[in-house]
Design a protein. Sequence first.
Length: 579
Amino acid sequence: MFDVLKKLGWFFKQYRKQYSIAIVLLIVASVIEIIPPWLIGEAIDDMTTSALTEASLRNYVIAFIAIIVSSYALNFIWQYQLFGGAITIDRILRKRLFQQFLKMKPTFYEKNRTGDLMARATNDLNAVSLTAGFGIMTLVDSTLYMAFIIAAMAITISWKLTLFAMLPVPIMAFIIQYLGKIVHKRYIVSQQAFGELNDNVLESVAGVRVVRAYVQETLEQQRFFDKSEEVVEKNMAVVNINALFVPITRIGMGLCYVIAFGYGAVLVSRGELTVGQLVSFNVYLGLATWPMFAIGELINVMQQGNASLDRVQETLSYEEDVRDGKQLTLTTPSSMNVQKYSFQYPLSQVKNLSRISLHLQKGQTLGIVGKTGAGKTTFVRQLLREYPLGEGQFMIGDVDLSKQSKEQVLSWIGYVPQEHVLFSRTIRENILFGKEDATDEELHEAIRLAYFESDLQNLPMGLETLVGEKGVSLSGGQKQRVSIARALIKNPDILLLDDSLSAVDAKTETNIIQNIQRARQGKTTIITTHRLSGIQHADHIIVLDDGKIVQQGTHAQLIVQNGWYKEQFDRQQLEEASS
């Protein structure tokens, strides 16, 4: 049960001063709180023996006021320190999780669903935070505070009565401990179900246009209702066990009171206890009610916190699939040399790239074409270091790509993916994402190169137009050109255009390609495309089929060969002529 505290040892050590102050003051406040019952008993005995004077009454009142004021001050300080620590660990773990999400490569996201990751960053972190705050408080209250109360009852009143009255406590503790283990197992299952629900909701919201287009709203609603019912069922399984903690505690406390009244009355009749002491004892039992409940709360919070921390740690401990190289990196990329290079995705059963060989000088343009699934995007991903490199050589200059810093490699690259990711910000902010400190002149030059000027004039607020989530307010072609402008504003040494002109018309494509040619002289460009007009100017073109190079050369060389390139070129020429 207390494994979670060991796992959080690094945090408690780092903030030991804050937690030490909180725990010490909590203990002092607990000690102060056991004084009033003793004072009440003394006052009752003074009244029953007619020994209560004006001076002693004034002393009792002053003592109670002092206890109230000091308890208020102490409780304020320890709660501020303790629950402040709970907020701190929530911030630290959330920051670490987000950093982990940003570092992870596609393999990680293939193994983990987005909804489940969101559940870990919200519900699970809340459970861990609760453990670091409320959990520590219940730990102190259910142990030290309870010990102080029992000691006060035994020392100041009667050890016999204390011994008999506390007999139900060990039995309660054993039952609650057993139930806590069940809570731990069921809570993990409920959190997994919540993660699945999150994932389903994300998919439905992201694909709402497709859902509506196929009139599948009713089906999606039913899926959501079914998954919600499953989540409710799993959580109710946890609640059913949690609901047993309070009744068990109440029954135990009831038995304690019955024993205290019964055996206490016997001791009073024997003259071994005074009436005031019996009243004090029952007041102490009243104080012990919360520590009794705290035992159940402690086990519940600790078990849920432990289960949630395990899920969070599982994500944080996931090691990067692509590691940084140890060799000194190049300052600027020169030629690209690939020799007999093969690559296979982690979950693939076949080679996705097979014995690829090519040489590209700095400043040249490489065109990559082929049918769908031929391996064009896979080749681009090697440069982006999204996966561990495969077999063979993949070199930039004279240094193997695997021996270079990932950050350095990515700093050379401007990337425009097939699926254009725009953020729910303005067009200006989306373009400046490529270079935050870009000047207005650089911004407008990137827009000009992406052939986006005329579209920008037709938008309601120009550069300040909000694009909506994932660029929902823009057309496909506009999204592509914003993405291209974002890459061009960086003025990268290597520009990767991964089928990034598919949504624009032929004239716009020609203008963009010509702009890139003029502006990027001396810099390397790699273009993957299905439309051959976009790579006719390339210095070198490779045709991929099932991950293999089946043709290569310039446009002029390839159209005189009988092969896929000529067939595709002729077909596209006929389509353009007939349109």
